[in-house]
Design a protein around this ligand. Structure first.
Ligand SMILES: [Zn+2]
Length: 281
């Protein structure tokens, strides 16, 4: 079993907000990278215990978040790709995809630091199914025939993953407390909207991630879960929040046969009066 492990930063235990932890200018950025990398290593230990033969770690956080000096000796690190889906995932090289440090999609209740691509997104949907970063990559994997078997992050992310892919193994390392989804907040206000959460200790989080990753891979050998597919043709609707300079905007794209090709299309945003995606259907 060869695993492609996608990583992000906002869903890591102990990452308490964006500005102090998640960008190079943050005072705790290096500590944040260590926290993510230790969660990654815990997942790798679990996968290896369940029989994985290779793990490639994709550093998926915008400015990077894996500390290569701390990375598990059995793993490879992938970074520096062009901005092109599906980031070198393919069925010839990988049998399964997993996530560590993942956060929920934009506008999720009881999530921590929820967003999709940036805090400027209101929503993205494919064929009417609202998806975030997890769903985007899981759809690419599904199109390629690569199973999505495990993910760790905050509780709202775990719920999102289970709802899209019943049976996927999940571990929650913290839980957000903001019950207002903040749907129509402008970008700047939304970036400060769901910063409250209750975290496990990082040590306990890593223990659960190791056990969860091992259990998920063992179960994947027995059960057939993990392929997310939607019927073609494909239509993507992307809604951006307003900013001080611009009103909310929407972009629509379609592709007759391929979600990966759909995701590669450029956006052409048009201003809208309301941010509610349901009003745009
Ligand atoms: Zn992200």
């Amino acid at each position: 079993m060869r695993i492609y492990l996608m990583t992000d930063m906002e869903g890591v235990c102990g990452i308490v907000n964006f500005e102090d932890w998640c960008v190079p200018a943050s005072r705790y950025y290096e500590k944040g990278k260590a926290l993510l990398t230790q969660e990654v290593n815990a997942a790798i230990d679990g996968f290896l215990a369940a029989g994985a033969t290779a793990v490639t770690v994709a550093d998926g956080h915008g400015c990077g978040a894996v500390d290569s000096t701390l990375l598990h000796p059995r793993a490879e690190l992938m970074r520096g790709w062009p901005e092109s889906w599906p980031f070198f995932l393919d069925a010839a090289q990988y049998d399964a995809v997993a996530w560590v440090g993942q956060h929920a999609k934009a506008g999720t209740c009881l999530a921590h630091l929820a967003h999709t691509q940036s805090f400027g997104y209101r929503d993205e949907s494919v064929n009417g199914v609202s998806i975030g970063e997890f769903g985007q990559f899981a759809l690419c994997a599904g199109e390629l025939g690569v199973r999505a078997i495990f993910g760790s992050g905050d509780q709202a992310f775990a719920d999102e993953a289970q709802a899209l892919i019943p049976g996927i193994g999940t571990v929650a390392v913290k839980r957000g407390t903001q019950s207002d989804p903040g749907h129509c907040l402008p970008e700047a206000a939304y970036s400060r909207h769901n910063v409250h959460a209750v975290h496990l200790s990082p040590e306990e989080a890593r223990k659960r991630i190791r056990a969860g990753a091992e259990a998920a891979l063992r179960r994947a050998a027995q059960e057939s879960f993990g392929l997310l597919k939607l019927p073609a043709p494909y239509s993507r609707v992307t809604v951006l929040r307003g900013t001080e300079a611009q009103p909310p905007r929407v972009a629509r794209n379609t592709h007759p046969t391929s979600i990966i090709q759909l995701f590669r299309q450029p956006f052409s945003f048009q201003p809208i009066q309301r941010c509610d995606p349901l009003a745009l259907a």
